[in-house]
Design a protein around this ligand. Structure first.
Ligand SMILES: Nc1ncnc2c1ncn2[C@@H]1O[C@H](COP(=O)(O)OP(=O)(O)OP(=O)(O)O)[C@@H](O)[C@H]1O
Ligand SMILES: [Mg+2]
Length: 464
């Protein structure tokens, strides 16, 4: 039998993975607790005393680390197991009655006649770590980086008057650093740094309804929807991430450390963290006293060249960096300060949006304002349900003239190529529609719509 030969791994392990001939059991105890057991290569069968010995050892191991009062189990009494079809197992456990790598629930009876129907911690809701290893192919370096920048943008947006709204991204061989001067996180329940790392614990989700409606140019960056963008993005970019954050209320900086291999191999997600004083540069960058810094090391994916990355990020966040859409004032505003490798993106004139704007017509804008309401939507507006049934869209059409006998689109493509930001499209299939959710470009939603075929050198390009 397996336990008699030397083995590298202990016979009893937590539910952390699978290999051939691995039997997983969840034992429901008469005291209302549960014990999980994994047996690797246990042989064809096992006497009940031996199996119960493993259950007991695992039970006592878990009990040691638990502060709860220990429920008593009569280990030496007439112990037997019962499966969910009420088959009793009294003498010997035959393993080919159980499928490998599947969880089997067995009830343990200790002869006391004690019988309960509810069990503490019966279901393990630790998220499926495969999410980390099975991301779609389109999930690129820039998409992941943008997921982290979305969080920063959302954080700085609610800063008060006079508080700096800075997002600073630094990418080099050593790693990636994303710094923002937003409200930050700390150790409190409301703003806990745990929310950054724990799937589904999101402060953003509850406010996303507020992004519906509002006034043009609809920039309120309430992007967060799912509550796991941060950890997924950072573990896609690199193998280790250190999050350091401070709120105005907290005197100290709270840190949280994520390590990809540990997350993939552990059955319970616990990570290292710490509390420290602010560094000098953090105080200088955010004089109002709150910030979040995400540092990613051991990069797994390669970044674009610095200038290409600057142009790409400027395209994605253009209206937040320089907003020309204030219809009333007609002035360019700079809602946020966005630096990439020390360069303020408002100061660069590269990127597809800037080049396209430059080569489009300066005449009066043709803007369509659309509002969609789902028929039958609850018109009472109670509890925000109505909000989720409506949507606003702003279609901005831009005219690309022929100047001195040359199509603007040709000039745009040439300029982008010359800047090292060339795109794979040509005159015929150049994307004429780009889509933004709030002010944020959805980079994969490039679309040449059926009604957008070129006619006589005039093109329509829609945004937002
Ligand atoms: N830069 C930041 N500043 C302050 N809080 C942050 C920051 N980044 C993340 N958080 C906190 O961590 C939570 C989780 O962020 P995460 O990106 O994982 O999910 P989300 O933004 O809520 O949803 P989504 O999965 O759609 O991105 C946020 O709801 C917020 O409370
Ligand atoms: Mg997010």
């Amino acid at each position: 039998m397996a336990h008699t030969r030397p083995r590298k791994r202990s016979l009893v392990e937590c539910l952390d993975g699978s290999s051939v001939d691995t039997y997983k059991f969840r034992i429901l105890l008469p005291s209302g607790g549960i014990t999980d057991l994994i047996l690797r290569d246990p042989g064809a069968s096992m006497f009940m005393e031996e199996f119960v010995g493993y259950v007991r050892r695992e039970f006592e191991r878990c009990e040691k680390s638990s502060a709860d009062p220990k429920p008593s189990i009569m280990w030496d009494a007439d112990i037997y197991l019962e499966d969910m079809s009420e088959n009793k197992i009294k003498r010997r456990l035959i393993f080919n009655h159980f499928k490998t790598n599947k969880l089997h629930i067995l009830r343990l009876h200790d002869g006391t006649g004690q019988n309960v129907n509810t069990y503490k911690n019966m279901w393990d809701l630790t998220p499926d770590t495969e999410l980390l290893s099975e991301l779609p192919a389109e999930y690129t370096f820039e998409t992941a980086l943008a997921d982290l920048i979305d969080n920063s943008l959302q954080a700085i947006w609610s800063n008060g008057v006079g508080e700096r709204r800075l997002v600073s991204v630094t990418v080099d061989e050593q790693g990636i650093l994303i710094f923002d001067t937003g409200a930050g996180m700390d150790g409190s329940d409301e703003n806990s740094i745990v929310k950054w790392g724990k799937f589904g614990l999101s402060n953003h989700r509850s406010s996303r309804g507020l992004a519906i409606g509002g006034k043009p140019p609809y920039l309120m960056p309430l992007f967060g929807m799912f509550g796991y963008g941060g950890p997924i993005a950072s573990m896609h970019l690199g193998r280790r991430a250190l999050v350091s954050s401070k709120t105005k209320e907290s005197k100290k900086v709270y840190t949280l450390f994520l390590e990809r291999e540990a997350l993939l191999n552990k059955c319970v997600w616990r990570t290292d963290g710490g509390i420290r004083s602010s560094f000098e540069d953090e105080i200088q960058l955010s004089s109002h006293g709150s910030f979040t810094k995400v540092e990613i090391q051991e990069l797994k994916t390669r970044s674009l060249e610095t200038s290409q990355l600057q142009c790409r990020l400027k395209d994605i966040y253009f209206p937040y960096i320089q907003c020309d859409d204030m219809l009333s004032s007609r002035k360019t505003t700079m809602p946020i300060e966005f630096q990439v490798n020390g360069v303020n993106l408002a100061e660069i004139d590269g990127g597809e949006v800037a080049v396209t704007n430059w080569h489009s017509c300066n005449g009066p804008e043709f803007v369509l304002q659309l509002r969609f309401v789902k028929q039958g939507a609850d018109a009472s507006g109670i509890s925000g349900s109505r909000k989720l049934q409506e949507a606003n869209a702003r279609l901005k059409c831009v005219y690309f003239p022929i100047v001195e006998g040359k199509e603007s689109i040709d000039r745009i493509l040439e300029k982008l190529e010359a800047e090292g930001c060339g795109i794979t499209e040509n005159f015929e299939n150049f994307c004429r529609v780009c889509i933004r959710r709030l002010g944020r470009l959805l980079p994969d939603a490039r679309w040449v719509g059926p009604t957008m075929e070129p006619t006589c050198g005039q093109f329509c390009r829609m945004r937002e």
